[in-house]
Design a protein around this ligand. Structure first.
Ligand SMILES: [Zn+2]
Length: 84
């Protein structure tokens, strides 16, 4: 999990990762998933919402997913993005 408020240098300025205007650059820092055709958010089997939205998910860069629905889907534990 990354800290969206972590300060990084972008275009010669110090900004929080969450304030970088480019979604692609934010994703390079591990904040938010880039849209990929065919990848969708799988509903949380607990019936609750996932903690984050894919566009600003702080766990996007993690390599470990969570198996849900008896091993049917491997999803991001932050936002439910399918990584099966
Ligand atoms: Zn995620």
């Amino acid at each position: 999990m990354i800290d969206p408020n972590e300060i990084v240098e972008f275009n010669g300025q110090l900004v929080a990762i969450k304030d970088i205007p480019s979604a692609q650059i934010r994703a390079l820092y591990g904040l938010g998933h880039l849209p990929e055709p065919g990848r969708e958010v799988i509903p949380n089997p607990t019936g609750e919402a996932w903690p984050y939205r894919p566009e600003d998910c702080p766990r996007a860069a993690e390599m470990t997913g969570t198996w849900i629905n008896d091993g049917q889907y491997l999803v991001c534990p932050g936002c439910g993005m399918d990584g099966t």
